[in-house]
Write a protein that binds this ligand. Sequence first.
Ligand code: FA5
Length: 340
Amino acid sequence: MREQLLELKEKAEADLERCVDLEALNEFRVSVLGKKGELTKLLKNMGRLSAEERPVIGQLANEIRDQLETRISRFSETLRDQGIQRQIAGETLDVTLPGTDVRTGGRHLLYQVQEEIEDVFIGMGYSVYEGFEIETDYYNFEVMNLPKDHPARDMQDSFYITPEVLLRTHTSPAQNRAMEAMCPNIPVKIIVPGRVYRRDDDATHSPMFHQVEGLLIDEHVRFSDLKGTLLEFARQMFGPEQRIRLRPSYFPFTEPSAEVDISCVMCHGRGCRTCGGTGWLEILGAGMVHPRVLEMGGYDPGKVTGFAFGLGVDRVTMLKYGLDDLRLLFENDVRFLKQF
Ligand code: FA5
């Protein structure tokens, strides 16, 4: 049996060198040292040996196994190195292959339009003031002259965090916050851009949308100042031919109040599908700041007057870019967004 073992070793050492790759070497290893391999088969005859021979042969078999394992492992390293060398030698650099496309991000269309709106008002001397997206019932409604149980609260159904804390339904609460911060200084001349939330959801109403609030408080501010400011805004935003129309409306925090329309940007006032044949499109609510709102902000309505407006940024974006569904802006479809 000793001779058989030595023969197996000699043959295995010669065969090992003939393995051309790692796969062949692994197959070879299994065929010699594996559970059903040649060495195991040979050792099954150990039972026939005498008690003195058995440990001697057993030890020899172990030595042969260890030696073969070591040779296989070394040869596998040689094969691996050869493979790498071959790969390097065969590699060529193809400079004509297309490069990896590096995509750069861009500003979302809505924020491009919001910035454009801000620029128009900054050009008219307004400063940008930041409000809070999470507001208290007090600022969102009460100081806007909407006490609890006021029926006009129904116009702006909100998302409540607690009965007293909610996601703001409009940017108007920032009016009072700004008045508190600035009183008794005049003029207060601010715009407040930001996200607002309502329980709305259709093609022209989104549960999260954007407004830009405007507030001017000073001596002798008149309704005609409001009208002139909004006309100037519409012209800078939509072109010099743009007209605006004020329709009487109701907001508890302004008196008088108006809904403001611009002449339809699609048909220029002739009447089309977008404007429902009327030639006009609503973009904002506005009015003269209610004396009680001035008072609650610390100002004396006998000495100062003011106007305010709340502009829908998403609406302006739809009109400027001819979008027929507001929700396109929030679906995060890159094919849509990268057009702008
Ligand atoms: C208000 O939110 C008042 N705070 C505006 C205001 C401010 C009036 C200051 C007077 C003085 P209104 O609910 O009409 O008003 O909303 C104003 C504008 O926001 C609308 O003209 C419209 O352009 C836009 N808007 C309203 N709801 C949505 C909505 N769900 N999705 C998208 N835009 C909306």
